[in-house]
Design a protein around this ligand. Sequence first.
Ligand code: SF4
Length: 257
Amino acid sequence: MLLPLQKGILYGPVHSRRYGRSLGINLMPGRFKLCSFNCIYCHYGWTKTCTMDVTGHTDEMPAIGEVLAAVEPAVRSNVEFDLITFSGNGEPTLYPGFAELVAEVVRLRDLYRPFVSIALLSNATGLQNQAVRDCVGRLDLPVFKLDAGTVETFHRMNRPADDIEFDELVELLASIPKINLQTVMVDGEQANTTHAEIQAYSEKVGRIRPKEVHMYSIDRPTPDTGITLVPPQRLLEIAAQVEDSTGVPVRTFGARG
Ligand code: SF4
């Protein structure tokens, strides 16, 4: 079964296999996934609203004051979590005022829970916005998606909205220091694990030079049924190959349980 959409602003804390106990912040509508990608493995399923232009949907998004009114009691509470993560039903950086909100959440964290990290899980398309680019440095754990090394694989894996250029995203990622990349590897009809794909992908990782790559395979049902899990041993081999050719540390994460 695919995951149900998050209905509210906060969710969790959920136990992330990559990052620990995470309190999620969902800035997108509760009724549908609003994203600039429509990834073949997205655990929220397909969306009909795959766009960079969210102007027609802002009335279904929480106002900044509503988000802060949810976050403040959570950071002042006794509920345990290791990080606060901007994620949720789509692409968080499409939220109008995202940079302003990050500054406010950082302020609340500094005030009430300075030992907690603030993370962003993003597909990188919001980096086209200068304000979003400028706020990335305020985050403790900015993590951006890169699942492909070529335009063709990018379109196959991520099914982006019109006018999103793969090479432009790579250059935007390369322009920001100290980011992390997250990569989903899949086998099956849509595999991104062939020798040629991994070579092309490694070239992009080398160009971006992130702090780390976080690599994993699918562990939940996916909207595209033609993809399969990459076995852990194969994932380790790919990680070693990418690490060898780029010098960038690659951490792999296995299936749940
Ligand atoms: S970017 Fe994230 S939310 Fe958007 S379709 Fe891909 S996996 Fe789903």
